[in-house]
Design a protein around this ligand. Structure first.
Ligand code: PMP
Length: 413
């Protein structure tokens, strides 16, 4: 990632690059605060999709005609951008998937199935999204391995003391998110990785909520696997990445069989392709991968420090303002957070809050956010979650606060 000095971003100019933001919803200007679910897409990403389909749509890698070569170059250019974005050493370490969910399933189904044995242990955190829980449960069931969970404190921070207690020579895999989608907690992943490595375990980091917000350097972190999703970072849906250390990916069996992932096929024996193609069976999501490159360029040009600075200001402002609402409890008050604000309001169901905000054009998420065990830890069914992106403004937070005050007044009368 490029390191740039903090500069003041021109948010109105940035907003003008996102056509979807410029609309009325239910008669009010849209206030889009559901960015942890998916972010909106700038014009350059949308234009790239059109350019690809209008200009050089063709299947990649196999063709020798000009369109196929142009499409292949564009697809592989994104791989190189991702390598740079994640600070990976080799382009072969970048595998395109459908998203973080598929990236984690790939590792569980290949690395997990191949190298776990009865009685081995996998450690995950309480903050995990279901996609970083269920694939591990599936492989544990199959291999008779054991899943252990790092508890969190009342602020929603992982308890590292407990983590150290859980780690042992039985630990083979540790999987945790870089940042929590439900509470915003930023986890101390460098320390988590170091401690796991000291026991000989490999570590997978779910970067769904960090990719657009935090610096990432897989080499400096010494992460074994790192997963990101294009749609959470201003890119198209249906594209994700699995970064894996070359020596690990090389010893893992393929995930899916089919075209592209082979070197040679006969009815008696098939040999597999080299990395990264060994893990990319079939025709990939070419157009969206090509357009993903524009999203990476968008984030790089703004600079992650600048994005983080702006979003941290929004988070601090929103945390202050929301705290004044009668009956509100913030869920997730970690010292280090990405721009996610989860809360409940006493006596009002989160769905009702979400619906009433929607009537005012304000889009937030309500429910368990695919983190049911985490909700259970806090003794709640779900929260209202406002999550901010680089194009959000303090005025939008004022609209949220105004909307919430009206909800409280209306429903508590
Ligand atoms: N992990 C986290 C922390 C997430 O927020 C999400 C998406 N909500 C996922 C995993 C799943 O990602 P994807 O949509 O790319 O499959």
């Amino acid at each position: 990632m490029k390191v740039s000095a903090i500069t003041h971003l021109d948010i109105q100019k940035i907003r003008s690059e996102f056509p979807v933001l410029d609309q009325q919803v239910n008669g009010k200007p849209l206030v889009y605060l559901d960015n942890a679910a998916t972010s909106q897409k700038p014009k350059r990403v949308i234009a790239k999709l059109k350019e690809y389909y209008e200009g050089y749509n063709a299947n990649i890698h196999r063709g020798i005609h000009t369109l196929a070569e142009t499409a292949t170059k564009a697809y592989e250019a994104t791989r190189e951008s991702v390598r740079d974005f994640l600070g990976a050493a080799h382009v072969e370490e970048i595998i395109f998937t459908r998203g973080v969910t598929e990236s984690i399933n790939l590792v569980a189904a290949t690395y997990g199935r191949s190298f776990l044995q009865k009685g081995d242990e996998i450690i995950i955190g309480t903050l995990e999204h279901h996609s970083n829980i269920v694939p591990w449960q599936m492989v544990c069931e199959e291999k008779e391995a054991v899943l252990k969970v790092i508890p969190v404190n009342d602020r929603g921070e992982l308890d590292l003391k407990e983590y150290k207690q859980l780690l042992s020579s039985k630990t083979k895999i540790v999987a945790t998110n870089h940042a929590s989608n439900s509470l915003g907690t930023i986890n101390p992943i460098k320390e988590i990785i170091e401690l796991a490595h000291a026991q000989g375990a490999v570590v997978l980091i779910d970067g769904a909520q960090s990719a657009a917000h935090l610096p990432i350097d897989v080499k400096a972190l010494d992460a074994d696997f790192y997963c990101i999703s294009s749609h959470k970072m201003y890119g198209p849906t249906g594209v994700g990445v699995l970064y894996g250390k070359k020596e690990l990916l090389e010893k893992m069996p393929p995930y899916m069989g089919g075209g592209e992932m082979i070197k040679d096929v006969s009815f008696t024996k098939t040999t597999y392709n080299d990395l990264p193609y060994k893990f990319e069976a079939g025709t990939p999501n070419i157009a969206d991968v090509v357009a993903f490159n524009e999203a990476i360029a968008f984030v790089n040009e703004l600079g992650k420090e600048n994005i983080h600075q702006h979003e941290s200001e929004l988070l601090a402002y929103a945390t202050d303002k929301l705290s004044t609402i009668p009956g509100i409890t913030l869920i997730g008050t970690a010292h280090h957070k990405v721009s996610v604000l989860s809360f409940i309001i006493e006596g009002i169901h989160h769905f009702d809050i979400g619906q009433m905000l929607d009537a005012r054009g304000i889009a937030v998420r309500t429910g368990h956010h695919c983190t049911q065990p985490l909700m259970e830890r806090f003794g709640i069914e779900g929260t209202v979650r406002a999550s901010f992106a680089v194009y959000n403004t303090k005025e939008e937070i004022d609209s949220l606060v105004e909307g919430l005050k009206r909800v409280v007044n209306f429903l508590k009368q």
